[in-house]
Design a protein around this ligand. Structure first.
Ligand SMILES: [Zn+2]
Length: 474
């Protein structure tokens, strides 16, 4: 039996306005090579200056994962050649990173949890982007110099499932504290996975392979599973030393396999040395105090939702997984409805009606409108079943809740007086059946309920009918 060892390196692109070493814009989707200057083009004599907004965001992240903030860290040149890296080196941090050791808690479905160590998080700049077509290659340097926070975990994860839980929690945290838009499709949150195996009980670490640059939870999970299987088979076939070597591998989405890209460099290969153009990064106590004041984190919000709104741990976890979902829920709560109803109408009814590409950020039914609908149900104005019809209508039409209830004729009669007089009339017309009921034929009760509902053409609130009938027949 084997044990799987996984460590993750995540690159989160910080959502600063300008790049890490110059004042060029970081915004996405511009004409190629328009957001560039002598610094990010690596022209001779141009000098980098640290973007303080990026430093503040690094401190905020450190606070969120309960990490040590290093008051003095330095920037190093990491030398390597990429066609889209005009300086010929990346400015990164090597000996000391701005964020030191921290931790992140992952929660399993069965209610248990596990703490994953964070080794460090350091600031570095991104490279540009190359694209290849036919015998031409193009380079766009708009991205060159955008700030990244590289978040390195301890090799604490033991399965693909744990790795994905870690990534999802990390993704949620960086979005909650708003240091990155973490848009995975645009590559603002991407991950390198280090995988190795060892016989259970062995505490030595064996050769690890790195699977590079993945930006989809689904593919990361598949890549890990494939790689684990490949290493186990190599071990069992007696070819482990030959087949599993320290290298960088790529995950091929089409074949579902990982394949060798290049031998993995050691730190020495990069010829790290302190960047002579940059002073050490000094973080003062005042900065730590100011930037450690961060918004409510996903776990804190979850605990508050359990306490304040009476949600189950599980439902609170589902709702707090993204900031947008949690905000939507709280806007619904502002209409004065119960947490349990808000939760089920959001996660079951509304989400169940979303079509491809719809989510709470572009929902055709706003939080306030859905809250109003739930409130109408709680007040007995309409039945829960009618509420579903109203929601169906609202998904297609931008109108008010009241106008739909009116239009579809779904309003329930909950007025005691009106229902009372219907009951009186029905009981008076069915004296024989009343006598049967009073003689012990209890199933006659359903007959009376049916008659009242029929007389009201289905609009009477069944709870009120039941209550009043019981009183009357008692
Ligand atoms: Zn620039």
């Amino acid at each position: 039996m084997f044990e799987v060892i996984i460590g993750l390196e995540v690159h989160a692109q910080l959502n600063t306005n300008s790049k890490l070493w110059c004042s060029c814009a970081t915004s996405f989707g511009h004409e190629p090579n328009t957001n560039v200057c002598p610094v990010c083009l690596g022209l001779p004599g141009a000098l980098p200056v640290i973007n303080k907004e990026a430093v503040h965001k690094a401190i905020e992240f450190g606070t969120a994962v309960n990490a040590k903030i290093n008051k003095k860290s330095i920037f190093n040149r990491k030398n390597y050649f990429y066609p889209d890296l005009p300086t010929g080196y990346q400015i990164s941090q090597f000996e000391v990173a701005v964020v030191g050791e921290g931790e992140l808690v992952i929660d399993f479905e069965d209610g248990t949890s596990k703490t994953i160590g964070i080794t460090r998080a350091h600031l570095e700049n991104d490279a540009g982007k190359s694209s290849h077509s036919g015998d031409h290659s193009r380079v766009d340097l708009n991205r060159a110099g955008t700030p990244l926070l590289e978040i390195v975990s301890e090799p604490d994860m033991r399965s693909a499932e744990e790795a994905i839980l870690y990534l999802k929690k990390l993704h949620s945290i960086v979005r909650y504290i708003d240091i990155s838009d973490a848009n995975m499709q645009e590559g603002s949150f991407r991950c390198d996975v280090n995988v190795s195996i060892r016989p259970k009980g062995d505490d030595k670490l064996y050769t690890r392979c790195e699977i590079k640059n993945m930006n989809s939870f689904k593919f990361i999970e598949r890549a890990i599973k494939y790689e684990v299987q490949r290493q186990i088979e190599a071990w069992e076939d007696g070819v482990y030393e030959r087949e599993v070597v320290q290298e960088t591998r790529l995950f091929d989405v089409d074949s579902g396999e990982t394949r060798s890209m290049r031998g993995k460099e050691d730190a020495a290969d990069y010829r790290y040395f302190p960047d002579p153009d940059l002073l050490p990064l000094i973080i003062t106590d005042e900065m730590i105090e100011k930037y450690s004041d961060i918004p409510e984190l996903p776990d804190e919000k979850k605990n508050r939702f359990v306490k304040e709104y009476g949600l189950t741990e599980y439902n609170a976890g589902v709702i707090c997984a993204t900031k947008e979902m949690a905000n939507f829920f709280e806007e619904m709560m502002a209409t004065g409805i119960s947490g349990k109803n808000a939760s089920s109408w959001l996660t079951v009814e509304l989400q169940g009606r979303f079509t491809e590409g719809q989510d709470v950020t572009n929902s055709p039914v706003s939080a306030e409108k859905l809250g109003t609908l739930v409130k109408a149900i709680e007040a007995g104005d309409i039945s829960g079943k009618a509420g579903k019809q109203v929601l169906d209508y609202l998904m297609e039409n931008d109108v008010t809740v009241d106008s739909v209830i009116e239009k579809l004729g779904l309003k329930q009669v909950s007025d005691d007086g009106a229902i009372q007089s219907m009951i009186d009339e029905i009981l008076a017309n069915n004296e024989d059946k009343v006598a049967e009921y009073k003689a012990g034929k209890e199933k006659m009760f359903a007959f009376f309920v049916g008659q009242v509902m029929k007389a009201s053409k289905g609009s009477a609130n069944p709870q009120v009918v039941n209550k009043l009938l019981k009183e009357k027949l008692a």
